[in-house]
Write a protein that binds this ligand. Structure first.
Ligand code: AQP
Length: 342
């Protein structure tokens, strides 16, 4: 068995540049670098997709669209040891969630900032919104995943997953679950330095760029017209200091642009800072960032038209059978350890 790297993207709304830079690109880079030494699970957490209200008539198609987006971005579905699947097609995720529920404290869930943020913006706060970090823990622990490349917003959920796994291992005095790597190790694992990011909203750079945020001007969608996206970057909120600095606390807007530019230009943030620090023209920085975003979207959208959806569906059906076997074996082991099976 190879160690597992796992990530997923909810299919609740159109994907953003934040999803691409924070989750999709890191996985693709990791796949290129570690294809042979690790098993790579790219799944669509469709059950997570309605913790906040969505249009259910689009849910099924969006799960497929997200896989198409991953392939258009560079995920190689022919690579050995790489699997794609939909969460709801693997029932063991839900069953393990119930078990983990009973080993998680309500106080732990109450501390989750994603829950607090999302409940503020959601017209209805359902129990799924409160509970979904445990479903995420099940998504990870079911496969003994070691690395989970996600954006910085998911850091707390990853810590919760580690705590639940350690608690159960300790209570039953065995290594039932692999403990996912610590956040620091996760970030170091991606040599490209694009792990653990938080891409900010262009209009409100104190907030993260989010796909369900009703703010079209602050968010770059992967489906945006590239020229429109160019304009969004040009009108991004900055500050009045007129001095370029990489300082998210005091200059989040400018720092966000530097971060986006560095990744899209495939250079390190250190190199990008060196080039821009101390310069005074925000317009120059916006212009070059806007051009990079426009070009990125043109390429991405061109790639989308070339994706072979039938091939993705065939791979999905094949992988879901195989993944069900792996997941059921693990679930059975957990059931034995906690006394549900002899
Ligand atoms: N702004 C971001 N910067 C870096 N990474 C981000 N991610 C999301 N936004 C940013 C990462 O994308 C992955 C998929 O996230 P998700 O769809 O499962 O849920 P989310 O974190 O709730 O993403 P959104 O875009 O904010 O969705 P909504 O608005 O629908 O809640 C995760 O790895 C996440 O870290």
């Amino acid at each position: 068995m190879k160690p597992v790297i796992l990530t997923g993207i909810r299919s609740n709304a159109d994907l953003t540049l934040g999803n691409y830079l924070g989750a999709m690109l890191p996985l693709i880079n990791i796949q290129k670098a570690h294809n042979h030494d690790y098993q790579i699970n790219m799944f669509i957490p469709d059950l997570h997709s309605f913790i906040t209200p969505i249009d259910h008539s689009t849910l099924y198609q969006r799960t497929i669209d997200n896989l198409v987006a991953m392939v258009a971005s560079g995920l190689d579905i022919d690579a050995p040891n790489s699997y794609i699947y939909r969460q709801s097609f693997i029932p063991a995720h839900s069953e393990l969630t119930w078990i983990l529920d009973c080993f998680t404290h309500v106080g732990e869930l109450n501390r989750m900032t994603q829950y607090k943020d999302k409940s503020l913006h959601s017209p209805i706060v359902n129990a799924g919104l409160f509970n979904y970090p445990i479903l995420m823990a099940a998504d990870i622990l079911l496969y003994d995943a070691l690395y989970v490349p996600v954006g910085e917003d998911q850091r707390q959920h990853l810590e919760l997953t580690r705590n639940i796994a350690m608690r159960i291992n300790k209570q039953f005095n065995q290594k039932l679950f692999t403990i996912p790597a610590s956040w620091e190790r996760q970030v170091r694992f991606n040599e490209h330095g694009t792990s653990g990011l938080r891409i900010r909203n262009l209009r409100h750079p104190e907030l993260k760029m989010s796909k369900s945020m009703a703010d079209p001007n602050g968010t770059i969608l992967l489906t945006d017209d590239p020229k429109q996206a160019f304009k969004k970057i040009m009108s991004a909120t900055t500050d009045s200091k007129n001095n370029i600095n990489y300082d998210f606390k005091n200059q989040p807007g400018i720092s966000n642009l530097l971060q986006i530019l560095a990744i899209l230009k495939n250079t390190s943030i250190e190199q990008t800072i060196k080039e821009w620090i101390g310069k005074t023209s925000y317009t120059d920085l916006k212009q070059i960032t806007a051009e990079s975003v426009e070009q990125f979207l043109k390429n991405y959208q061109d790639n989308i038209t070339k994706v072979n959806v039938d091939k993705i569906m065939a791979k999905l059906n094949k992988d879901e059978k195989l993944i069900n076997n792996i997941a059921n074996k693990k679930l059975n082991l957990v059931q034995k350890v906690i006394g549900l099976r002899s």
